[in-house]
Design a protein around this ligand. Structure first.
Ligand SMILES: Cc1cc2nc3c(=O)[nH]c(=O)nc-3n(C[C@H](O)[C@H](O)[C@H](O)COP(=O)(O)OP(=O)(O)OC[C@H]3O[C@@H](n4cnc5c(N)ncnc54)[C@H](O)[C@@H]3O)c2cc1C
Length: 140
């Protein structure tokens, strides 16, 4: 593993691998909920949706949830109505972000099996594609 790290990674990352006392593997899971509010209880950020890291949207998603929650509470007299409204808006956004990350994850750092996979991987490898597809909330 150390040989591969030195051969394949940037020198700085290769050095980190060779200096680690033991390898650490972190499994990555997508998390989705069907609703973000249950009566007077609301879920925000990673408590509701966790997208794989390729889209770089975790912080934007959590902050956007918080802003939407404040707005909903300020525009309804009833907390339950506010949370129901919040849940409708942000559950859709959270699902869209997880789908987007799944799509990116299928091509970035994946085992590429055929020409289509390779073509898509090339498409997402450009700096322009990274700037366009990651950390941007435009369509969410
Ligand atoms: C290694 C790594 C790299 C990442 N890189 C990026 C990135 O580049 N860009 C990006 O947008 N996102 C990134 N993320 C994702 C991002 O960090 C999260 O999506 C974001 O922090 C979620 O915010 P949150 O407020 O929902 O949860 P958190 O930031 O996890 O906050 C939850 C807080 O609740 C506290 N807590 C937990 N249990 C309890 C309890 N019982 N009582 C009281 N407090 C409690 C925790 O200590 C924590 O402070 C990364 C995540 C990881 C792990």
């Amino acid at each position: 593993m150390e040989e591969a790290a030195l051969a394949l990674l940037a020198p700085q990352f290769g050095e980190v691998v060779t200096k680690a006392a033991q390898p650490l593997f972190q499994p990555i899971f997508d998390l989705e909920v069907p609703h973000m509010a249950f009566g007077r209880i609301a879920l925000l950020g990673d408590a509701a949706f966790v997208a794989r890291p390729h889209c770089g949207m975790g912080v934007t998603k959590a902050a956007s949830d918080a802003m939407a929650l404040v707005k909903a509470l300020n525009t309804h007299d009833s907390v339950r109505d506010a949370l129901a409204d919040y849940s409708r808006e942000r559950t859709e956004a959270g699902s869209a972000i997880v789908q987007h990350a799944r799509h990116l994850g299928a091509y970035m750092q994946a085992q590429l099996k055929n020409d289509l996979d390779r073509e898509m991987a090339e498409r997402y490898r450009t700096p322009e594609a990274v700037m366009r597809e990651t950390a941007v909330p435009a369509r969410f």
